[in-house]
Design a protein around this ligand. Structure first.
Ligand code: VG1
Ligand code: CO
Length: 543
């Protein structure tokens, strides 16, 4: 087999964002587009010759073809070995696990996460480094720079690419090892959680529903929950991964996980419900007729961490993204550990975990995880909850009610305005930026603004700086409004409004969330002119 060097032209495109490059499938189908990006990744790396590259994706439309291409390019570029999931499948957390366990040089994950899949929908690709986490900005900047100047890429045309079974074969000098996508990950989960206690919980008649949303977590959840933990068959629904996710939107929230939400808010609801996203790194957790906000979920996991064997020694610290509620901060304070506030995106947690400063991390966007891998991990969070439920033998609602009584309740909601005009959305943000210095001291009804800024972060480990990470407006009673634009959408702009109010009086812990936050929501519109700029009367998604 010979290495082909193919002439190409640079493509002028956006910088890969929070989670790599995400585009419509049609964009990725342009000649040389994927190849240019993959070669730009390799051109940004040093010292990978002879080393191992992990490859896998969430099974969306285009996954398998892209996997073939990347394997052929890895061989031509001098990697020694590729570890690839059967049929090109690996969830994002499993890819992180495999990179770490097999001490790979890095990995390429094919996914557009929670974005829909199919010929007219989205595709994505990202590079993860040797610690198993998303590439830091230094590398994504270098990749982008290479896409602007690339003139050729290398490839070996393989006659055959048998990825449908576990075995080894060679392409040129490179070994391709096809692995079971579930095995390494399932073994890690078994080390972290008390599988015996969870098995006993299911044996006692505990009822659970897990919605895999026709995405990658299906095989993982079926193996772990139904096979290893003895949950009844049918506990996992929509468990077969489909290239178009059954035409659904594989985003585990109250709007898109419709089937699960309907069952969990019915008279005969199971005790526990959960869902995961396209690539398996997000999670939503529900009790019987009860929703757990991701911010609260992080706080509950932190407060109960020692109940799981993998965290029995206690946790070093917690970290949350800036828009995530301060519920975890209260727990950290009580435990006497640090709580770090980082910009949105999992990559900001990597250094803190590598340095041993934090064990648990979370984002309000249904992302929770720990230092067991370097990605957020949907099924891990679900198993953590099961472990806590198995030990405490209480309902999800009772656990939350006790949690709020002890730490106070952070009422919290996120409003998304999806697919709005990008110019108008940018204008809204820049007008807010212009107002920042004049806002403090202003009153809106009984609320007085204490501070307003555009969030900046200096990484405590490597000193790298990130600016303009979102507008924060804080009120004197500790309430907070945050505005930022999404970095992961592929159509127009998405404006996100995050609203939070802290309530210590447990007599006031049973209010409906939107009602509890109504004042702040209307103040947000007064300050930013959301309706005026977006032309929308209501958000697309409320969580
Ligand atoms: C969103 C979330 C963010 C998350 C990112 C990637 O980003 O808000 O918290 O890290 O998606 O998640 P944005 O820029 O659209 O708000 V995933 O599941 O795509 O890896
Ligand atoms: Co995801």
């Amino acid at each position: 087999m010979t290495i082909k060097t193919i002439a190409t032209t640079p493509f002028h495109d956006q910088k890969p964002g929070t989670s790599g490059l995400r585009k419509k499938v049609k964009v990725f189908q342009q000649p040389h587009y994927l190849e240019n990006f993959v070669q730009s990744i390799f051109n940004s790396l040093e010292g990978y010759e002879g080393k191992t590259l992990v490859i896998g994706g969430d099974g969306r439309y285009g996954n398998l073809e892209a996997t073939h291409t990347i394997i052929e390019m890895a061989a031509a570029n001098g990697f020694g070995r590729v570890l690839v999931g059967c049929d090109g499948l690996l969830s994002t957390p499993a890819a992180s696990c495999v990179i770490r366990k097999h001490e790979a040089f890095g990995g390429i994950v094919l996914s557009a996460s929670h974005n829909p899949g199919g010929p007219d929908e989205d595709f994505g690709i990202k590079y993860n480094i040797g610690n198993g986490g998303p590439a830091p900005e230094k590398i994504t900047d270098a990749i982008f720079a290479h896409t602007q100047t690339i003139t050729e890429y290398k490839k070996i045309d393989a006659a055959e690419m048998p990825l449908d079974k576990e075995h080894d074969f060679k392409i040129g000098e490179m070994v391709v090892t096809v692995i079971d996508p579930v095995a390494d990950y399932a073994e890690l989960m078994r080390e972290l959680f008390d599988f015996d206690a969870i098995r006993e919980l299911f044996r006692s008649g505990f009822r659970m529903r897990f919605d895999a949303m026709h995405a990658i977590t299906g095989p993982y959840a079926t193996t772990i929950l139904e096979e290893y933990l003895g949950a009844p068959d049918g506990t996992v629904i929509n468990g077969i991964p489909l290239t178009d996710f059954g035409k659904g939107h594989p985003d585990p929230n109250l709007t898109y996980a419709r089937e699960l939400v309907a069952e969990m808010f019915s008279p005969d609801a199971p005790d526990f419900g959960a869902a995961s996203d396209g690539d398996g790194d997000r999670n939503m957790v529900l009790g019987n007729n009860f929703f757990v906000t991701p911010s609260d979920s992080l706080a509950v996991l932190a407060a109960n961490a020692t109940l799981a064997p993998g965290y029995a020694q206690g946790i070093a610290g917690v970290a949350r993204s800036m828009p995530t509620s301060a519920a975890a901060d209260r727990v950290a304070e009580a435990l006497g550990i640090n709580c770090y506030e980082t910009p949105t995106g999992w990559k900001f947690f990597g250094n803190l975990m590598d340095a041993g400063k934090v064990t648990l991390c979370g984002e309000e966007s249904f992302g929770t995880g720990s230092d067991h891998v370097r990605e957020k991990d949907g099924l891990w969070a679900v198993l953590f909850w099961l472990n806590i439920l198995a030990v405490r033998k209480q309902s999800v609602e009772a656990i939350l009610t006790e949690h709020w009584a002890r730490y106070g309740r952070n009422y919290y909601s996120r409003h998304d305005y999806e697919g709005v005009d990008a110019t108008a959305a940018n204008e809204l943000i820049s007008r807010l930026r212009g107002k920042l210095t004049s806002l403090p001291g202003q009153s809106f009804g009984h609320q007085k603004i204490a501070f307003a800024d555009d969030f900046s972060y200096i990484d405590p480990i490597d000193g790298s700086e990130s600016h303009k990470q979102g507008i924060r407006i804080g009120f004197e009673d500790g309430s907070r409004i945050v505005f930022r634009l999404s970095g992961t959408g592929t159509e127009g702009a998405t404006l996100r409004l995050y609203v939070e109010r802290y309530e210590t009086d447990s007599d006031k812990h049973q209010q409906a969330t939107q009602a509890a936050l109504a004042d702040l929501i209307s103040i947000a519109d007064d300050i930013a002119g959301i309706r005026q700029f977006t032309g929308r009367d209501a958000p697309t998604v409320i969580t």
